[in-house]
Ligand binder design. Structure first.
Ligand SMILES: C[S@@+](CC[C@H](N)C(=O)[O-])C[C@H]1O[C@@H](n2cnc3c(N)ncnc32)[C@H](O)[C@@H]1O
Length: 278
């Protein structure tokens, strides 16, 4: 069976979902899988939860992840990009796996998402960043850097008057701001934020929107196969991209469907059941 991959939401194991889709059709896949926390992740609404406990820990988690990353690679266009979102627990293992799957030349960036808020550790430096690994099948993936410029720092002397080089050439600040680098300061979703839906580890729209704008063009196809509350689907819709989402949890797909109705004005969102378990 081959499923037309535009604006679809599936419930089931991403591996099974991937097998139903057209290989080579996605411009960008964002993947935010369980992080190997060893916990059941429960949101602010109790029925919204997912299991991140792994019997044998790394021994079961890493093969599980690798098989799914290989499936993601096959779904990408020949110049498509994958962004894998993890943290200190597994990002270093995943990077080695992705080097194997894409080839070392497929590595483009390690983006550090830095945030503040939450508790502080007294026994080590507080962990306040996640790692987003960007790989591409091509040496020249879509990269719209000018579309995601950020304001210059208020303290920047360059922003005020630019700089005059030894050659006498005057480099002036760009009115569009400065190109963003690989450390992104974006706040986590605060408890009172309008976008908060109560799903555990829901990611901010601002983070996903920046990735989509930079790494894809309007009209192209984005995938998120661990979509949780549907952040990527909502961001893609708002930015004029098509999107395929999936999650193994019924509570997650119900939440994502509700967001597409409430935040994107969809009259109806159907969820295709494909089954499978983690
Ligand atoms: C970190 S959360 C994603 C959060 C999401 N990015 C958001 O903003 O709400 C990870 C998700 O992966 C899902 N998941 C776990 N195993 C899966 C599998 N085999 N196939 C598809 N989804 C899976 C979980 O149900 C959970 O919703």
């Amino acid at each position: 069976m081959s499923t037309e991959p535009v604006n679809r939401l599936f419930r089931g194991d991403m591996l099974h979902v991937a097998s139903l889709l057209v290989p080579g059709s996605f411009r960008l896949i964002y993947l935010d899988p369980p992080f190997l926390t060893g916990r059941e992740m429960v949101g602010s609404k109790k029925h919204l939860s997912y299991d991140d406990r792994w019997e044998g820990e790394l021994d079961s988690y890493l093969p599980w992840l690798k098989e799914r990353l290989q499936a993601m690679f096959s779904l990408l266009m020949v110049d498509g990009s994958l962004v894998l979102h993890l943290d200190w627990r597994a990002s270093h293992y995943a990077r080695v796996m992705l080097d194997e799957i894409f080839g070392r030349q497929g590595f483009i960036n390690e983006i550090i998402w830095h945030y503040t808020g939450g508790g502080r550790s007294k026994t080590r430096f507080s962990c306040k960043h996640d790692t987003l690994l960007w790989y591409s099948r091509s040496a020249r993936p879509v990269f719209n850097i000018d579309a995601v410029r950020v304001p210059y720092k208020k303290t920047s002397g360059y922003a005020k008057s630019g700089i005059v080089a030894a050659s006498g050439r005057h480099y002036k600040p760009d009115p569009r701001g400065t190109p963003v680098d690989d450390v992104w300061d974006i706040p986590i979703i605060n408890p009172l934020a309008a976008e908060r839906v109560g799903y555990p580890t829901q990611k901010p729209l601002a983070l996903i929107q920046r990735l989509i704008v930079a790494l894809s063009n309007p009209g192209e196809l984005i995938g998120d196969f661990c979509c949780g509350s549907g952040t990527t689907l909502v961001a893609a819709q708002k930015l004029g991209r098509s999107c395929v989402g999936s999650d193994i949890s019924q509570a997650a797909t119900a939440c994502a469907a509700a967001r597409l109705r409430n935040e994107c004005g969809f009259a109806e969102v159907s969820v295709t059941e494909v089954g499978g378990s983690r």
